[in-house]
Ligand binder design. Structure first.
Ligand SMILES: Cc1cc2nc3c(=O)[nH]c(=O)nc-3n(C[C@H](O)[C@H](O)[C@H](O)COP(=O)(O)O)c2cc1C
Length: 237
């Protein structure tokens, strides 16, 4: 293997024909987005979101329609990861996770979070800003009880976001908890596992349109105490 020369960026004219072709192929990844835009929307963003979610769920090109990218931050750090939406009501968007995870520590420091649903196959995305808080223990118990046994045991076995020396350690923990809570018997919810609900402050719908004249429509919560009033505004794409 030859050495890599650092700090000498390759000039454009030094690119080989193959490199130019690769670059041009990336540049050509340009789709003309749909003619169907956001003509009218529901005055209630949650109903509008539920409509889009069910359209995404029924679209075979969309993988995991309820997957969303959750971003959390503190004054020192920022991070993103995918989690699964498990409920949406007028109160907000719910997901489940480990309360001792990295995301949980960032939420504890700063409950302001962002959610992103990237439904590329439909030329759509939904961006949400909101405030995260833990759901009740009863709600977490209810959802935990509906999970498959293997996932329940996994919640016990995984010290999410902490250093794991090797995979065997994880599998040993899985086996130990599987022995403690055999399949068929009820598995209690670990205290360190549960839900968060994100109460939205803004919800933005993005729909790709022709010539990059996309539609952006943002709902802004004007009364966070009740989740009642929403202003609807259009933004330049
Ligand atoms: C499709 C998909 C769905 C996921 N769903 C969840 C989830 O619902 N809850 C969760 O804790 N982690 C989920 N994960 C794993 C997270 O992305 C992440 O790795 C984990 O929560 C640890 O994140 P943290 O260390 O930033 O806290 C999912 C990952 C993918 C790719």
């Amino acid at each position: 293997m030859g050495k890599v020369k650092l700090d000498t960026p390759m000039a454009i004219e030094e690119r080989s024909e193959a490199e130019k072709a690769a670059r041009d192929a990336i540049r050509a990844m340009r789709k003309s987005y749909g003619e169907i835009g956001l003509v009218d929307v529901d005055p209630d963003p949650i109903i509008q979101f539920q409509n889009w979610l069910s359209e995404a769920a029924n679209n075979s090109m969309v993988v995991e329609a309820n997957a969303m990218v959750l971003s959390t931050s503190t004054t020192e750090s920022i991070s993103s990861r995918t989690v699964l939406l498990k409920d949406v009501t007028s109160a907000g968007f719910t997901f489940f996770t480990n309360y001792q995870s990295h995301k949980a520590s960032e939420i504890a420091a700063n409950p302001q979070v962002a959610l992103l649903f990237p439904w590329y196959a439909m030329e759509r995305q939904v961006m949400i800003q909101g405030i995260a808080s833990k759901v009740s223990a009863v709600e977490s118990d209810d959802y935990f009880a509906t999970r498959p046994w293997g996932s329940q045991i996994g919640a016990w076995a995984s010290a999410q976001s902490t250093l794991l020396a090797n995979r065997a350690d994880l599998e040993e923990r899985q086996a130990a908890f599987a022995a403690k809570y055999p399949e068929g018997s009820p598995v209690p919810r670990p205290e360190h596992w549960g839900g968060y609900i994100v109460a939205p402050t803004t919800i933005e719908l993005w729909q790709g349109r022709y010539s990059r004249l996309h539609d952006r429509v943002r709902y802004i919560n004007t009364d966070s105490s009740t989740n009642g009033g929403w202003d609807i505004q259009r933004f330049y794409p």
